[in-house]
Design a protein around this ligand. Structure first.
Ligand SMILES: Nc1ncnc2c1ncn2[C@@H]1O[C@H](COP(=O)(O)OP(=O)(O)O)[C@@H](O)[C@H]1O
Ligand SMILES: CC(=O)OP(=O)(O)O
Ligand SMILES: [Mg+2]
Length: 404
């Protein structure tokens, strides 16, 4: 029999599990799906069998990520694509925090699991879910290669000047405090796709990537290597996000503790889950915020303006870090869909050679596309991310290499 060519990709978020089954002969999708609101009473699994376009939904409580993955395995089996299939070559897992230890896709064994577990304190929303996904998948198919693809890996090329905080290096090193960066799989994929859109080799181009999803981060990519990114020790630093504050004066935390009487855990929850767009105006979905702004809602307008102000600051900062910029690429849910965000983020930056063509920006499309005027010195692009394809590609490459 020829070797198996299918890869199942699992992207476990704090309360969701996204998955795709791909055939790596042509990178085609066989099944895609999502389990939402894991741990709540209103969990939902939505499964699509891609070849015939049929979809199924399960509604009702799914207690945890283990139950979620088992439910997904059941749906795949109903389409004849079960985890027991001999055509399955590997399972690729998104793991958010890999610390300094993991710089490449890694075959998972017990020691790798232990290391991912050690990193839970710096990725409390993400690594526990990733670990459950890994453990459950291993239990279901112990013989199959399980590959971890780390969000942090792409950022390990950052120079020390960008990666270190200005604190005593002995204390920093003892506690492994440094800027790791996240969404690296997306930043890597999108910066490469942007070079392709420009018809250039990634080694020749400098790109600012703006990954704007629920979590959001910016990166400065120089000739295909990350030289700076906006998330730090944890995914809390940087841009304003759906529910996270992004940058703030660290003294805000002391103040909330000493004067506000809040506990460390309460502040952690406030900054990670009840801040950002949600904290400012009660909504974290950019569609709803735009609807409210258009209806004249003041709180939504202020939330939008703070979001844009921060984004613009990072574009300027990474322009300075790179010196020469070929393109700014918008990606992820907000970046790919919210034309008003793209327009506002670039407004007033003509002096930097940056502009958006209103007509091109308004066009909805699926693929990578330019939205800057034809003669623009710096191109502005919308480049859809595909973390699942990138994880599958890296997973399959590792398995093939190990098979000699
Ligand atoms: N048409 C749209 N207009 C504006 N924002 C959108 C649109 N579609 C999706 N979004 C935004 O994208 C966000 C989700 O992005 P996504 O990249 O899927 O995030 P994550 O992977 O972090 O869950 C939503 O919170 C929503 O604000
Ligand atoms: C690291 C991170 O913020 O991931 P997500 O956007 O999936 O929450
Ligand atoms: Mg995402």
């Amino acid at each position: 029999m020829s070797s198996p060519t299918r890869v199942l990709v699992l992207n476990s978020g704090s309360s969701s599990l996204k998955y795709q089954l791909l055939d790596m002969r042509d990178s085609s999708r066989l099944a895609v799906g999502l389990v939402e609101r894991i741990g709540e009473r209103t969990s939902r699994l939505k499964h699509t069998h891609v070849p015939d376009g049929s979809t199924r939904e399960q509604n009702g409580p799914i207690a945890d990520h283990e139950a979620a993955l088992k439910a997904v395995a059941g749906e795949l089996a109903r389409d004849g694509l079960g985890l027991d299939s001999p055509e399955l070559a590997a399972i690729g897992h998104r793991v958010v925090h890999g610390g300094m230890f993991f710089t490449e896709p890694t075959l998972v064994d017990d020691s790798v699991l232990t290391e991912i577990e050690r990193l839970i304190p710096v990725a409390p929303l993400h690594n526990p879910a990733n670990l459950t996904g890994l453990r459950t998948a291993r239990a279901l198919r112990p013989d199959l290669p399980q590959v971890a693809v780390f969000d942090t890996a792409f950022h390990t090329t950052m120079p020390e000047a960008a990666a270190r905080y200005a604190i005593d290096p002995k204390i920093a090193d003892r506690h492994r405090i440094r800027r790791y960066g996240f969404h690296g799989t997306s930043h890597a994929y999108v910066s490469r796709e942007t070079a392709r859109l420009l018809g250039k080799d990634p080694a020749e181009v400098n790109v600012i990537v703006l990954h704007l999803g629920n979590g959001a981060s910016a990166s400065a990519v120089q000739g295909g290597r990350c030289v700076d990114t906006s998330m730090g020790l944890t995914p809390l630093e940087g841009l304003v996000m759906g529910t996270r504050s992004g940058d703030l004066d660290p003294a805000v935390i002391f103040h909330l503790e000493r004067v506000g009487g809040m506990s460390t855990d309460e502040i952690d929850t406030l900054l990670n889950k009840r801040s950002g767009l949600f904290g400012l105006c009660g909504d974290n979905d950019m569609r709803e915020i735009r609807r409210r702004v258009d209806a004249g809602d003041e709180a939504a307008k202020l939330a939008f303006d703070i979001y844009i102000h921060r984004l613009k600051k990072y574009i300027g900062a990474y322009y300075a870090v790179l010196g020469r910029v070929d393109a700014v690429a918008f990606t992820a849910g907000v970046g790919e869909n919210a034309a008003p965000v793209r327009e506002a983020a670039v407004a007033g930056l003509e002096g930097l050679g940056l502009a958006v063509d209103a007509g091109l920006n308004a066009v909805r499309g699926d693929g990578p596309r330019l939205i800057s005027p034809e003669d623009a010195r710096v191109k502005v692009a919308v480049v859809p991310t595909d973390e699942e394809l990138e994880i599958a590609t890296q997973t399959y490459a590792l398995v093939e290499k190990n098979n000699g």
